[in-house]
Design a protein around this ligand. Structure first.
Ligand SMILES: [Zn+2]
Length: 241
């Protein structure tokens, strides 16, 4: 059962009063500043696409009493992964969604993947994990050793089922409403997902595919992606709160 409390109960004079709070959704536009993320063949930077879609997501929530969207960054600035985690934890209980664009050596690959925090099982998952964790080389305050890793793992196992359900809702919504190729729910040890709350990392499309890069750059498509992700989050909240 999800315990991140959209609803709290108060007993007043023997009556149960249900008090609604907006659910916090922390949206993390991947990369930024000195870290461009993946770069398409036409020169599009992952950091710019993720920010635009995150800003559209926040706009959607402005008209919605049930959800409050908080962005980890609103500008083109570099933000260490540990800072992104700190921001997320300030809004716990809540949901964490990190936005990214995929990249591959083959320019033909296309489709959407949604990741949860768990050890990578395939070479592909390991490659994506290495790319998205690469900025750790710039981070200073990393927890070291097995002890820290085990602590994170235990805390995250509790969130695994919720994260899987969130991943499923967002993936289905994106595949159904955008017609994207479904590359499935995947798992990897992404540092940024160690937030102790239901958390996913969305690889929205392949920026390395020139056709898909062009598609990602279109502002109408960016809005449609934001709406699809938003509807997936709403579906998760409706069904699993
Ligand atoms: Zn990325």
């Amino acid at each position: 059962m999800v315990i991140w409390g959209l609803v709290s109960l108060f007993l007043i004079g023997g009556n149960t009063v249900v008090h609604q709070y907006p659910c916090y959704v922390v949206v993390d536009p991947g990369h930024g500043g000195k870290d461009p993320g993946a770069i398409g063949r036409r020169g599009t930077k992952e950091k710019d696409i993720t920010l635009k879609i995150a800003l559209y997501l926040r706009e959607l929530a402005e008209r919605d009493d049930d959800i409050e969207v908080i962005l980890t960054r609103t500008k083109d600035i570099y933000l260490p992964l540990s800072t992104r985690i700190e921001i997320a934890q300030a809004y716990n209980p809540g949901i964490f969604v990190s936005l990214h664009c995929n990249a591959a050596r083959s320019y033909r690959l296309h489709g959407v993947e949604v990741y949860i925090l768990s050890p990578a099982r395939t070479n592909w998952e390991r490659a994506v994990e290495a790319r998205e964790n690469e900025v750790l080389k710039w981070e200073l305050d990393l927890p070291e050793g097995d002890e820290a890793t085990i602590l994170y793992d235990l805390a995250q196992i509790e969130m695994l089922q919720e994260s899987k359900l969130l991943a499923k809702c967002v993936l289905n919504s994106m595949v159904n409403s955008l017609g994207l190729h479904d590359r499935g729910i995947k798992q990897a040890n992404f540092y940024v997902l160690r937030v102790f709350m239901p958390a996913i990392l969305v690889e929205m499309e392949f920026i390395s595919n020139p056709n898909r890069e062009q598609w990602l750059c279109d502002s109408m498509n960016q809005k449609r992606i934001a709406i699809a992700i938003y509807n997936g989050i709403k579906e998760f909240i409706r069904n699993y709160q």
